[in-house]
Design a protein around this ligand. Sequence first.
Ligand SMILES: Nc1ncnc2c1ncn2[C@@H]1O[C@H](COP(=O)(O)OP(=O)(O)OP(=O)(O)O)[C@@H](O)[C@H]1O
Length: 377
Amino acid sequence: MCPARRCFGCSTPSQAEMVLREVPVEQVTRPLGRSEVIGLLFRLTVFGAVTYFTIKWMVDALDPTRKQKVEAQKQAEKLMKQIGVKNVKLSEYEMSIAAHLVDPLTMQITWRDIAGLDEVITELKETVILPVQKRHLFQRSRLLQPPKGVLLYGPPGCGKTLIAKATAKEAGFRFINLQPSTLTDKWYGESQKLAAAVFSLALKLQPSIIFIDEIDSFLRNRSSSDHEATAMMKAQFMSLWDGLDTDYSCQVIVMGATNRPQDLDSAILRRMPTRFHINQPSQKQREQILKLILDDERVELTVDLEEVSKETEGFSGSDLRETCRDAALMCVREYVSSGSDSEDIRAISQSDLQRAVSKMKKSKSAGGHMLLHAALD
Ligand SMILES: Nc1ncnc2c1ncn2[C@@H]1O[C@H](COP(=O)(O)OP(=O)(O)OP(=O)(O)O)[C@@H](O)[C@H]1O
């Protein structure tokens, strides 16, 4: 007898045919019973579910950004709870942007924390804050709508970030503090989804400010050397930004800060018609900043801040703060080294401030030399 199939050479039936002959015909052709169908469906469902979850688990395990995403999600959920945002469903990408969200209620910076920039503050109040706070007064005028883009430019450490935070705080805006790396250090294609998520999140949480520090590093002059994904992300960012302009009632402002406005793409500059130059503080401004920084500190009555302000030409607000901190630390160091068990640390004196100023001048010029060498190398 031929083993497997029917042998056409002879008329002997194959093994398979023999087996089939033994199964009654009605059993092969009869329709399945109800319980058999249910059993089959159940088995198919279990099989499908196991396959789906296994594949999902494998994809998750292979995703290098998974840990970051989980962290971002936790952070975002915490923040959303804090700011009382309920019933707003966020996508995975919006979640990772929401991790950079700052609640105006928990934000500490107000106008009172900024010295010497009264003109900028007044203009911001008129152009940005008032139209938001008194919407009904401005509603009918297209000209008086708050700008969708504001640029703060000037040397580092002079208060650009302070101004942005205080604006959000005073206007009651939610503040999305975006570092360029959030969008650019991503896998191919992710940047665009994240850029879209920035705007969709800002709209869901409006009124909100999208603050982009070092906006030049992110939206600099477009060049042919741009990576294709970067170029696409920039283009998309701009078109989403334009979308804000067409939506008359939306309350989202993009606020950018830069030390290098000349590096900004002209298309970006056009989208930021309201610009503020936050320059290196003048002598009068330095005196005001020093006064503010030392306001809550123990300072000898003989300290002459006008004198200190004259000696600190070229210092930024941040340099002044560091100088005052150094002077205060001198008092602490003296207290520790004297082994005193007195309840008080002595007040900051004029000579502490003068020593701290010379130290800062030295470190600034050393920094300057280092930069010069780096540029020449
Ligand atoms: N006008 C100011 N009044 C009070 N403090 C100031 C002022 N300018 C700067 N400072 C101090 O310097 C710190 C740094 O300021 P800020 O971060 O706003 O500078 P920036 O211009 O954003 O700098 P960067 O370009 O480096 O981001 C502030 O936290 C504050 O302590």
